[in-house]
Design a protein around this ligand. Structure first.
Ligand SMILES: [Zn+2]
Length: 297
């Protein structure tokens, strides 16, 4: 994975556990790898999909798992969810996400979203784990909470960035990375283009959010696919007026920096220890467990 030797891509946010991918995920993964996408950060959205995320990461070493409670599901969380999340995150190869704030929706209420987000941001800071953040129409509160809680040194990503250029500048000054996706392929998305132009090179990431947010012009019902990451990078290179290969290299380097703690040390390592974090693996958890004590299933 030498940057510059070939065009390589790093999908910093997707949802491969989505049931819509179930029939043909393996084929999609092969095609995406062939297209140069070397890594896929796969984000959980609620406790019920955490095991599926970890299982995919166990099967596909190119998949980097993150677990979190999405603001859309903040009201559905079962009591004790945060402690169970912290327990899963004892494995240092697991990041925290997707979490965040979405004030474009009425429910769940803002206070509930904020409490869930603040608790997860605090956990990511305590464990120094990369965090992937969803934010819609809640910029003021996001920045305020980030100032109060701080951000994990590992890296904090605002995924599918939809804010203005001014917000982009404020966010990167606070230390956020900003990730852009296929919404850039819409030539009428001037807000995203303006924001993209002010992002400094060292803060820029790309993602698909697959299966959501397919490229502009896709027929209704088309699933977004990690392979479309190339389209996002190409659209961004047009907006920024730079060579797509150079932009891909810059973003790839940034991705490796943010997610370095989650990358397998050897690419052929199949046993990453995620099985230990998968629920149902012999129930009770002992605090003194070490990495070597993975129970057989
Ligand atoms: Zn997402």
């Amino acid at each position: 994975m030498v940057c510059g030797e070939a065009r390589v891509f790093f999908d910093t946010h997707c949802h491969l556990q989505d049931v819509r991918f179930e029939p043909d995920l393996a084929v999609r993964m092969v095609k995406a790898r062939e297209a140069g996408i070397t890594n896929f950060v796969c984000c959980g959205t609620q406790e019920s999909d955490w095991d599926a995320v970890l299982k995919i990461a166990t099967t596909h070493p190119a998949v980097l798992p993150m677990l979190g409670l999405h603001p859309w599901h903040a009201h559905q969380a079962q009591s004790g969810w945060l402690a169970r999340l912290a327990e899963r995150l004892e494995n240092p190869r697991i990041g925290l996400g997707e979490c965040g704030l979405d004030f474009a929706i009425e429910e769940p209420p803002r206070e509930l979203q904020e409490a869930a987000f603040r608790a997860q941001l605090r956990l990511a800071c305590d464990l120094n784990r990369p965090v992937s953040i969803h934010c819609r129409r809640a910029w003021e509160r996001l920045m305020a909470i980030a100032r109060e809680e701080g951000l994990p040194v590992a890296g904090a990503v605002i995924h599918a960035f939809s804010g203005s250029a001014e917000i982009a500048q404020e966010a990167q000054a606070l230390g956020f990375y900003l990730a852009f996706g296929c919404s850039l392929t819409n030539p009428n998305n001037h807000r995203a283009a303006k924001a993209l132009k002010v992002v400094t090179e060292d803060r820029l990431l790309f993602e698909t959010d697959a299966p959501d947010m397919p490229p502009y012009g896709s027929t209704q019902g088309t699933l977004n696919d990690p392979i479309n990451l190339r389209l996002a990078v190409e659209a961004a290179s047009r907006v920024r007026g730079i060579d797509p290969e150079a932009l891909a290299t810059v973003a790839y380097r940034n991705s490796c920096r943010v997610f370095r703690s989650m990358l397998p040390k050897a690419c052929n390592t199949l046993s990453l220890g995620f099985d230990k974090a998968i629920e149902g693996n012999q129930g009770t958890h002992h605090k003194g467990d070490t990495d070597g004590e993975i129970k057989g299933g």
